[in-house]
Design a protein around this ligand. Structure first.
Ligand code: ATP
Length: 239
């Protein structure tokens, strides 16, 4: 018997007025899977994440998290069900300290006074622990991305969705962030969906991948297969 996927996206469509950004997208992510969603500019990747997290409405289709239909839930309910989103650019608040940024991520939890999650997150990210009282403005680009991920983990999600964490980062730092995601899965059992334009880098650290083009899934499979699929690489991934 095949295990039920933790996250199931079934024939989801979404639009901006007359622009159909998602056109019947289906994908599944197993528990503890690390999955890449790839595609060129405008393929629909950000819209997919925004639709999953209740920030943009689906016009049709269903999103199931651990078997529960979360399609029409507002964003603040989606996060309490276990789906956390790191938006493009991270959204770190530079006027606040590292710790204050982290605490914001726990606001949706009913037990938000519980200190153990903060300590666990700080343990996962030693550079953040060293700077917890410092202004987030003192962090490097890679550390800010780490802080954005740490803040999302404060909600104790089952699934972490990341929108282009490599944006604006040097190649070496990108590699560190990608490796960190896989380590997080190995250490905490987290399930990860990584949206990226850096397809080669993302496929190197994920188990499976889905390629979007004009709002549709045009290729999917084990990341190693996609990496060696010349036709898909040349047509949609640009390498
Ligand atoms: P990128 O890598 O550039 O972020 P993407 O794959 O994330 O691209 P989306 O941002 O989801 O793609 O865009 C999908 C489609 O929806 C594109 O045609 C885009 O122009 C359109 N679109 C996105 N946001 C809006 C908006 N706010 N209003 C109108 N059209 C939009």
């Amino acid at each position: 018997m095949t295990a039920q996927p933790l996250l199931s996206v079934e024939e989801v469509s979404a639009s901006y007025g007359a622009v159909r950004a998602l056109d019947g997208v289906s994908l599944t992510v197993p528990a503890k899977g690390v999955c890449a969603v790839l595609g060129a500019n405008g393929a629909g990747k950000t819209t997919l994440l925004r639709t999953l997290t209740g920030l943009h409405p689906a016009t049709s289709g269903r999103v199931l998290l651990d078997g529960e239909d979360i399609t029409r839930l507002p964003a603040e309910k989606v996060i309490t069900r276990g789906l956390a989103h790191v938006p493009e650019g991270g959204g770190v608040i530079v006027e606040l300290t590292v710790e204050e940024n982290l605490r914001l991520g726990g606001l949706w939890r009913s037990d938000r006074r519980d200190k153990s999650t903060l300590n666990e997150v700080l343990e996962l990210f030693p550079p953040l622990a060293q700077r917890r009282g410092k202004s987030a403005s003192t962090l490097s680009g890679g550390e800010r991305q780490m802080l954005a991920i740490g803040r999302a983990l404060m909600a104790r999600p089952k699934v972490l969705l990341l929108d282009e964490p490599s944006l604006g980062l040097a190649p070496l730092i990108t590699e560190q962030i990608f490796t960190l995601l896989r380590d997080l899965r190995d250490r905490t059992g987290l399930t990860v969906v990584l949206v990226e334009q850096n397809a080669a880098g993302a496929l190197a650290v994920t188990d499976t991948g889905f390629v979007l083009n004009q709002g549709r899934v045009v290729a999917e499979g084990p990341s190693s297969d996609l990496l060696s699929d010349d036709r898909t690489r040349h047509a949609y991934l640009g390498f």
